[in-house]
Design a protein around this ligand. Structure first.
Ligand code: PEP
Length: 247
């Protein structure tokens, strides 16, 4: 893991207003470990406000975007617009996009492709549902999600993969460090086989699903866990402990 900088993203989901963002901005002054790359994912209507107020060492991500630069797509936003606000990152294919809004693999893949072509950095999210894990289909599901992404990934250096088992998101039920490490190692093997050694060795694979100040240190010790995507806990001052989990 030495060549991969530890990465911690926050995902505010549909939470916050200007007053609460001011509070998050204050605790994000840290101090934050210089060894961690930090990004916060905020609602699209607050991207500009967040970028203007957040310290420079904290990246700002949109939580979604569309697969085209402009046009008749009412209600959507493009990577170009997000960049125009000074934000470099976008989270795509989050489990809530996949399962609440029924976004299919192909659409997510096209969004990732367009965001990368627009010069953005992308956090594509993958992960199995509870019935899939219980049916021993975890590997099959996450490999199929990776395969769908692959043809549209033009620059792996701007991709951070988030492995987020759906049963662990917002449930308080975290994958054990061993459970998460097992899937991360398989994903890295998949990259070695289907892309190349350089991409397998350098791509950050981060874990998401009920990461908290109390479980982050054990997870961060695992060799293939290169950071976290954090929902609920990213809204609270203890998020700084998660950012600093690897020291
Ligand atoms: C997420 O939103 O990606 C997430 C992992 O949420 P939580 O940390 O609340 O489980």
């Amino acid at each position: 893991s030495g060549q991969r900088k530890f990465f911690v993203g926050g995902n505010w989901k549909m939470n916050g207003d200007k007053a609460s963002i001011d509070g998050i901005v204050s605790f994000m002054k840290g101090p934050l470990s210089p060894n961690t790359e930090v990004v916060v994912g905020c609602p699209q209507c607050y991207l500009m406000y967040t970028r203007q107020n957040m310290p420079d060492n904290v990246g700002v991500a949109a939580q979604n975007c569309y697969k085209s630069a402009k046009g008749a797509f009412t209600g959507e936003i493009s990577p170009g617009m997000i960049k125009d606000l000074g934000c470099e990152w976008v989270i795509l294919g989050h489990s809530e996009r996949r399962h609440v809004f029924n976004e299919p693999d192909q659409l997510i893949s096209e969004k990732v492709g367009h965001a990368l072509e627009s010069g953005m950095k992308v956090i594509p999210c993958i992960g199995e549902k509870l019935d899939e894990r219980e049916g021993n289909r975890t590997e099959e599901v996450v490999f199929a999600q990776m395969k769908a992404l692959l043809p549209n990934i033009s620059d792996w250096s701007r991709v951070v993969i988030a492995y987020e088992p759906v049963w662990a998101i917002g449930t308080g039920k975290t994958a054990t460090p061993d459970q998460a490490q097992e899937v991360h190692a398989k994903l890295r093997q998949w990259l070695r086989k289907n892309v190349n050694d350089q991409v397998a060795d350098s791509t950050r694979i981060i874990y998401g699903g009920s990461v908290s100040p109390s479980n982050c240190e054990e997870l961060a010790k695992k060799g293939d866990i290169d950071g976290f995507l954090v929902g609920g806990a990213s809204l609270k001052p203890d998020f700084v402990k998660i950012i600093n989990a690897r020291g």
